[in-house]
Design a binder for this molecule. Structure first.
Ligand SMILES: [Zn+2]
Length: 431
């Protein structure tokens, strides 16, 4: 009797030890792409233990009891990174808005939603992006009262599925934020000057800037997003330099929304970490950006998407052609570019993740090499987000953020629009 109970105790102990040690998964990769080097290797084995890649190679032995995932007919690579998302914004398409609406109109629409609803939008959009292959996103503001920070927490705690998030919290901007004078009745109502909060942190003086940056970081911002030039009064070089220094002292990067030539010039001169949009950047501003190691997150919409955004066909066509030209010039001048979708609208029949990936079409149309585009979507983003010591490559010790496609994106980049397999931190999301 005693022996039997000892035996069962030993068995129990053994069982608990097995369940405590992390599950080992072996992925057989027909082809494995390293975006940084642009190399493809064949017949590789990736060993994943828990959340981490343990080993990669053609001669890696698969341990007994390991779960084997056969991707031998596919091309495997690190998960994608979107450096400019607004997952807590605008689940409802322009169909729910007046025609010919603007970003300002969309923002006014957001004002009508509670932070709770914004967080629910975020859950749906984050999951959709992950299912499409984005294992990391930098969510760059417009999340109500820190819905993005709560969403990041919920994802980190495993409450809901989603990509690893870098959050910007509240966007810091000169008075009025991104609200356009055409949006009367909302934040432009002088009797209700506070309506822009919490969506925006209005900061005009240095004291206000410093306080906004510190408060934002305190409540969960991991990157500071400023809007440089959406009003007639814009942040000047000294304003931006002050903000960059304040953010950097707290080891936080600064992203600058710039839609004018003057705004982008100020931001590039001040040495921000990234210029968002930068649609009007001239060659000399692009050269300044390169010189100061500023990354361009271009967010260049397709013609169709510009129309979903509310532009008429002619305006959309002009913006699209301008984007193609700026993408090519940035490439020629050598400014580092990272992928950012900036999607806030739904498109009928497409998931949020699919809409985000459709932005890739603009960069393909601009004629950039596939290897360069894949780096934009992986390694360049990882560096900008300061996660390149654990993400953006399939390497031992890195997070097991792994995707697979039917074709090799170095041959056919469009294959990324139909990702077949997604694993984030060792958990299979799509197979
Ligand atoms: Zn944006």
């Amino acid at each position: 009797m005693i022996e039997r109970s000892l035996l069962s105790m030993a068995l129990l102990l053994l069982l608990s030890m097995v369940s405590a040690s992390a599950q080992v998964t072996a992925i057989r990769a027909g082809k494995l792409v390293d975006p940084e080097s642009g190399q493809t290797s064949s017949n590789q084995v990736i060993l994943v233990e828990g959340r981490t890649i343990r080993a990669v190679g053609s001669d890696v032995a698969i341990p007994a009891g390991a779960k084997v995932i056969d991707l031998s007919s596919m091309t495997v690579m690190p998960g994608l990174i979107d450096c400019h998302t607004h997952v807590c914004s605008g689940v409802v398409s322009r169909r729910g808005l007046p025609r010919k609406t603007s970003r300002g109109g969309q923002l006014s629409y957001d004002l009508g939603n509670t932070t709770a609803y914004r967080a629910i939008q975020g859950v749906a959009n984050a999951r959709s992006m992950l299912e499409s292959g984005f294992t990391t996103i930098r969510d760059i503001g417009n999340a109500g009262n820190y819905a993005d920070v709560d969403l990041r927490r919920a994802i980190t705690e495993g409450l809901v599925p989603g990509p690893t998030m870098i959050t910007a919290g509240r966007i810091i901007a000169p008075f009025g934020g991104q609200y356009a004078p055409s949006d009367r009745g909302y934040a432009m109502n002088p009797e209700r000057p506070g309506l822009g909060a919490p969506e925006y942190f209005y900061a005009d003086t240095r004291d206000e800037l410093r306080k906004a940056i510190r408060e934002n970081i305190f409540y969960g911002a991991q990157v500071i997003k400023i809007v440089v030039d959406d009003q007639r009064y814009i942040y000047d070089v000294d304003d931006i330099r002050f903000a960059v220094e304040e953010a950097h002292r707290a080891r936080v990067k600064l992203a600058a929304h710039c839609v004018t030539e003057a705004g982008a010039r100020n931001a590039a001169t001040a040495g921000v970490d990234s210029i968002e949009h930068g649609f009007m950047m001239s060659d000399s501003v692009l050269a300044l950006a390169k010189q100061n190691n500023v990354v361009l997150v271009g967010t260049d919409f397709t013609r169709e998407y510009l129309q979903e955004y509310g532009q008429d066909a002619e305006t959309a066509g002009r913006g699209y052609v301008r984007s193609l030209d700026r993408i090519r010039r940035a490439y020629r001048i050598g400014v580092e570019q990272a992928f950012g979708s900036d999607v806030i609208f739904d498109v009928e029949g497409k998931t949020r993740g699919e809409v985000c990936l459709s932005i890739l079409d603009t960069y393909v149309a601009a004629g950039l090499p596939n290897g360069y585009l894949l780096r934009m979507l992986t390694t360049n983003g990882a560096r900008l987000l300061d996660v390149d010591n654990q993400r953006g490559a399939i390497r031992a010790g890195f997070a097991a953020d792994i995707i697979a496609t039917a074709d090799n994106p170095l041959d056919r980049i469009e294959t990324l629009k139909r990702v077949q397999f997604v694993m984030r931190e060792g958990t299979i999301i799509r197979q």
